[in-house]
Every structure is written in C-alpha cells, then in structure tokens.
Design a binder for this molecule. Structure first.
Ligand code: ARG
Length: 581
C-alpha cells in the first residue's frame, strides 16, 4: 500500500511540475509513513511541508494543490490535510477486499507481470572432479531463486551452470582415470571425488612417468584427441551425476541441459584475442597478450594489465568470461545476464566486462550484473569447517540437516505414517538449510547456526511451513475446500485489514527478488505475512459458535489467500509446503 501511495505521489509531483506549480528542477524525495492513530488515516506524507520552502509556497496551500493533482485511484477513499500540511490517506477497504478476492481466484495471486525478457542466470558452477562443498550452496540456492522468480513473472530464463570443466589439471585427471581403469577394470565409479583428485595429484607429484603422460594428455585434449576427449567427458559426467543428486535433494531446478561449462568457449578464444588485438585493445607484453585498463590501477597507480593469453599460448579465466558474455548476448539472445558468484571474484568480472564493453561485444543496454555474496561462517565467526578444519562436503551437511530435522519432529506427537514422516523430515530439513541462506541479505557473510534455522519460531522455513500447514488444518476442520470458497471479503477488524494489506504486497516482493536478485526480500515478506496471519487468527475466530456465516466465509477467504501466497512464495524459494506435519 505504501508503494501504491508512493507511486501516486511521484506521479503527482510530475503533474505539478508540468502544470507549473512546482519548478521542474526540484528534487522531490517522497516519503510515506503509517499513521499512528487510525482516526487520522492509514498513511501520511509530509511532502507538502518538504517542498513548500524550495517551491516558495505555503505548505497547506501546496498540500491542497497536491491533492488536486493526485491521479484518480479507487484505492483511496478519502484524503485530508492535517496540521501544518500533512496529507493523510484513508484506504478504501472495499477496494482492498476486492483485491484479496481476486488473489484467491488468480493462479499467480494477481502478481503484476513486467515486460518479458530473456534472462541468463549464471549460478552454482562447481568444478569437475571435485565434490560440492558447503560454500557451493550459496550460489546454487540464490541463483535458483532468482531463476524461479523471473520465470514466475513470465520471463524466459536460461540457466547457465558455468562448471569448471577445463584447465591443465585435466591431463593429470585423465591419466589417473586411466590408471584406475587399468588397475580395477570394473570399478570406474568416482564415488569419492575428493580422494580421486588428491590421489591423482599425488601420482602427478611423485611419479615422473605419470606426470609425463599427464602433460601429454593436456596437449592432446586441447588438440581434440578422441581418446582424451572421451576420458574428459567421463569425468564431467561422473561429477555432474553426483552433483545432480545434491540438486534434486535441494530442489534446485538445474539439470544436465543447463550445463554450459568453461570448455564451451574454447573455440571462441583465439578469435577473441585476435579481435582484441585488431581493435588495438590488446598488446604483446613480455610474451603475453595483455589488455591495459585505465579503469583499474595497479599498486604503482598505473593502468592495470589484464592477461588474456599467456606466453605459452594458454588462455585464462578472464578470456573465457569475455567469450561467455559475448555468447550469452549474441547466441543466447540475452536481454540481461545475472551472475551469482562470490564477492571475491568481483574484480575479475569487472575486468572481463570492461573489456567486453570496450570491444563492443555486449551493448550497454544489456546489463551484466554481478550478484555477489559473502561467506558462510561457523558460530565462531570463521569459515564453516569440519571439526578438524577440513572442508565440509555438501552431502554431509544435507545428511546432518535430515538427522536434526528428524530429531526435531520426534518431539512432536503426530499421527503421520512413516512415509509421510520421512517426507516431512526431508521438506523441513532442506527448507531450513536453504532458507537460512536465502533469508539473509546476500551481500554480507552469514553465520550458519543449526539451532536457529531448525526451529518452528522466528524467521525460519519450518515456521513458514507450519503457518501453511496450520491453514490447511483450518480448512479440514471447517470441512471446506479452499478452491471452491464463495462469498465476499469484508474487512472489519484491524487484524483483517492488516493481513489484507500485507497480502497485496506479494507482487512487490517477487518483483523485488527478480529486479535486485535478492531472495531475502521475499523471505522477509513471507515471514511478516505469517506473523500478520497468526495475529489475525488469534483475533478473528473462524470455526467457533457465534461467528455468522458471512464473516466465516470472509475469514476463510483471507486464509485461502494467505495459503496461496505462502505456497507460491515458498515455491519461488524452491521450498516444499506440507498439507500435514
Ligand atoms: N567455477 C567457478 C568457481 O568455482 C565459478 C564460475 C562462475 N561463473 C562465471 N561465469 N565465471 O569459482
């Protein structure tokens, strides 16, 4: 509602400028606040008082002019001038009630749809022959929610899993895969990728013949040798098969067809280097090919040199990201590209994109956005590690989440079957872990705390899941089907009105996630909505004697709208709702 009034006032200022009432160069920062007392209205603004002085007008007269130039809106029942020049708005509760009714019948709860775009979302991006570790969860879940939010709003989303599937380490990995196959022909599965990588490295460091073979395989792989290519593919497939288990478990919407690893851009790289040279952007420097960028300074204050090809002919991570941005615009037809990558790669991306723009590969009208995030920390404020200081495997974290969720549910008595219980445990565990990450402003580091996330109280997934389940049980008790409710919404109680006002802000919350790539905006919204619902449910009985039928229907409709928004909202977050728990 605040947003609605805000928007109306911005239009009004524009109207007043074109009507000559306000000077056109006047900066107007519109602020809307909730009224302390209901009798004074719902929302108020001090806009007239703020603009009076710079506009050389009397505040109350300016307030009258603002009201006169407000665009027509059925949302406002009444506007009043108060005190020295405040403007108070009274909402039309019929309008609000009508909005809630419309939400119940609309498949997307009446969310405002923007003009559809093609958006590439780059996320997850683990490395081949390495097992996914806890830190991968951030990019994986944040990016996934952005992708889901965009899709929900009708955009065409291209998920790009930019896996690390190229580099000189592949010679060593192929040589080791071959050794394994020779030694135990049947046991080709890389069950333990971490061990695989370490052992390959050990062979490489300790066995000269092995190292020689490995170096030879790098050259052959780059030359497109069929045997090396097949072995390489095997490594990629085996890794991604294992990663897929994590994706499925976390309900992350990535599949095999979203894999667009670094290797995809190999063929473009020589051409790009040649083109950057031809455009005078890249120069030879000490045998390497370098782009000097004035935008970045080295420690001596000189233009920073970014290497795009090494003296041995090898290309770099930056070269790949230049090609990658070009490909996403030219070939995939992106209108916008969102990258969910940890904040330590910010400079890398800025350099790659500065070169991309200078070369004219992607026009300025197509945003390349870095949605950076901080680290996941333990309770001690240090990077989240195992007790012995090792990297925590993602699979171990997910297993622990399920164990802890099972223990949490053990304490609640329920009449669920074993199968239903297992399903509830899974939904709660995965929801809790994802939500812990999603609900924090991604730009900062965050502390991973089991007790906080696996709780039915506070801003957690179990709390939201529980709110949803509770509404379902209200429907069961009332013996009604939420889909077939009839009747009208009337907003008599304050708790009803507050809930209705929150409900209609769902659209802003989802749009916020898509625009800013910030899932926590939706989390905060759903948490506040659940709080408003709980207050409503305590203040406004439904299945009690003495509640007349029209009121009961109206309240059930409010329940239905809340359940719908919770289900859709949690759906955008990739978190399951439960009918019972
Ligand atoms: N594989 C990289 C890493 O683990 C992340 C890749 C992110 N995407 C990109 N286009 N650079 O650090």
């Amino acid at each position: 509602m605040k947003e609605h009034i805000h928007h109306l006032l911005e239009q009004t200022v524009a109207n007043l400028k074109s009507a000559g009432v306000l000077p056109t160069d006047l900066e107007a920062r519109v602020q809307v606040d909730r009224c302390k007392e209901k009798a004074h209205g719902d929302l108020a603004t001090n806009l007239a008082m703020l603009l009076a002085k710079p506009a050389g007008k009397n505040p109350r007269e300016l307030a009258a002019a603002i009201i006169e130039h407000l665009p027509a809106s059925d949302l406002i029942a009444k506007v009043e001038i108060a005190g020295p020049g405040f403007i108070n708005f009274f909402f039309d509760t019929h309008w609000l009630a009508g909005q809630v009714e419309a939400m119940v019948t609309s498949v997307n709860a009446n969310v405002k749809l923007p003009t559809p775009q093609s958006v590439v979302v780059d996320y997850s991006a683990p490395n081949v022959a390495k097992e996914m570790a806890v830190h991968h969860i951030r990019s994986t879940v944040l990016g996934d929610v952005a992708a889901r939010a965009l899709e929900f709003l009708g955009h065409k989303v291209i998920r790009a899993n930019h896996i690390g599937d190229w580099g000189t380490q592949f010679g060593m990995l192929i040589a080791y895969l071959e050794k394994m196959a020779n030694e135990h022909a049947s046991d080709m599965a890389l069950k333990d990728l971490e061990a695989f990588y370490t052992q390959a490295k050990r062979c490489y460091d300790e066995d000269d013949a092995f190292a020689e073979r490995a170096r030879n395989y790098v050259v052959k792989l780059q030359g497109g040798d069929e045997y090396c290519r097949t072995m390489w593919k095997k490594l990629v497939d085996l890794t991604m098969e294992q990663n897929q288990i994590n994706y499925d478990r976390l309900n992350v919407s990535l599949t095999n067809k979203d894999i667009m690893g670094e290797s995809m851009y190999n063929d473009m790289l020589p051409q790009i280097v040649a083109d950057l040279k031809a455009k005078g952007l890249a120069v030879e420097s000490e045998g390497a090919t370098v782009v000097f960028l004035d935008e970045f300074k080295n420690k001596d204050g000189e233009a920073m040199g970014v290497i795009i090809q090494k003296s041995d002919g090898g290309f770099l991570y930056t070269t790949t990201d230049i090609a990658c941005a070009k490909y996403r615009y030219e070939t995939l037809g992106a209108d916008r590209v969102m990258y969910f990558i940890d904040s330590r790669q910010h400079q890398h991306l800025m350099q790659a994109w500065t070169i991309t723009r200078k070369a004219g590969y992607v026009p300025e009208s197509v945003p390349l956005e870095h949605h950076a995030f901080g680290m996941m920390l333990g309770k001690d404020g240090r990077p989240y590690k195992t007790r012995t200081g090792g990297t925590v495997k993602l699979v171990d974290l997910l297993n622990e989440a399920e164990e802890r969720a099972a223990a949490l549910l053990e304490s609640r008595n329920s009449d669920l079957s074993a199968a239903e219980k297992a399903n509830v445990v899974h939904a709660i565990a995965m929801g809790a872990v994802k939500y812990a990450d999603l609900s924090k402003n991604r730009t900062t580091d965050y502390i991973f705390d089991w007790d906080m996330m696996l709780s039915f109280e506070g801003n957690t997934a179990p709390y939201l899941q529980y709110a949803y389940t509770r509404i379902q049980s209200i429907f069961r008790k009332a013996s009604v089907d939420a889909e077939t409710l009839t009747g009208k919404v009337t907003l008599n109680e304050e708790a009803e009105e507050t809930l209705a006002q929150k409900l209609i802000q769902f659209s802003d919350a989802v749009n916020g996630v898509a625009d800013k790539g910030m899932p926590h905006l939706l989390c905060t919204y759903l948490y506040e909505l659940s709080g408003n619902f709980m207050t409503f449910y305590e203040a406004c009985p439904i299945n009690k004697d003495g509640v007349d039928e029209a009121t009961r229907q109206s309240r059930l409709l409010l329940c239905a709208a809340t359940a719908k928004v919770l289900k859709l909202g949690l759906g955008v977050l990739g978190i399951h709702t439960l009918e019972r728990m």
